[in-house]
Design a binder for this molecule. Sequence first.
Ligand code: PLP
Length: 376
Amino acid sequence: MSDLNPMATAPYAQNGRPFLYGGELEGIAQVLASGQYGHGDVTERFERALTGFLGVEDVVAVASGTAALHIALAVAGIGRGDEVIVPSMTFCATVQAIRACGARPRFAEVDPDTLCLRPQDVMEALTPHTRAVLPVLYGGRAVDLSDIRNELEQRKIAIVEDAAHAFGSHRGTVRVGATGDALTCFSFGPVKTLTCGQGGALVPRNPEQAAQARRIRLLGMAESSAERACSTTYHVEGVGLRAHLSQINAAIGLAQIAHFPALEAQRKELWRTYVAALDDVREVRLVDVDVHRSVPTLCAVRVPERDRVFAALRAHGIGVGTHYPPNHLQPAFHRWWRPLIATEQIGKEILTLPFHQKMTSQDARLVTTALREALR
Ligand SMILES: Cc1ncc(COP(=O)(O)O)c(C=O)c1O
């Protein structure tokens, strides 16, 4: 399988990058020629492809993963004054979606081995104001809160999951999104496993949620784009965002999804190559993604003297990253700071290695050799 990306540089120089299969250009060209660039048939075909792939009743495509989170929280009834439990160890987009609803983040710890929220982390963070829990499926690993599901239901606390990293991963025998206990949000941003260039989607739990999400993504209008085209009026029935998925972006996603089985195999193999190559490096602690069930998005490790190691690898042209600086330490979220000792330690040690489909096993070994040298 070849990558048609014309901006090619050494694969290990980039932490993540899109992988193009060849149908994307033709799909975009057809949409451009049609003159219909907003929400349309291609977007709806993409929604049906996602629905079939995930094994769910319905999927609502939106403009980004951040928009999916914002809309899912609104659909779950989250608003001003509500508290949402969220791991501090996530991309700031997760927290900004909470803020966009007028709600407050209640930062929680994570399992130091997986960087995912555990039931005990949720229980520790609960307050009388908690209205939702927002687990982040770090690196692609599913989060299982079934042990506390009844308790959360009794307290009327919704689960909205940030599966930006986890499209295609499984929990048990079903794909993330099909587990039935959460509103699930995906990102199809530039470096996600499946990309639309920019895009996202949410999996509603019932037809009412689906209808509400579809209204919010198109400025609160009750009628679909097709209905509006042959009517002299429309009805605005509530708050709304300009957050539909353009047909141009949907065409990219449609071309990509057909190749998912190959992508899944490649990413798992690259992950296993890294694991084998790092096995005897005592200083490196791998963040486990449960590769058997997951489609990995990141390969994250924890290392001592991270800033020095990061600089040394970057000086060698290796595209390491830090996913993520903890959010409870960010100036914008300082009002909700509380001590999170494990997360603060992780924030000092986390390092992500170049991880995308252009990387060969040889590239991964080159990265791990450079990492060994940097750790000396
Ligand atoms: C964990 C996480 N949540 C949310 C998002 C936001 O997705 P998007 O960039 O599509 O808005 C990202 C994107 O990188 C992410 O990594």
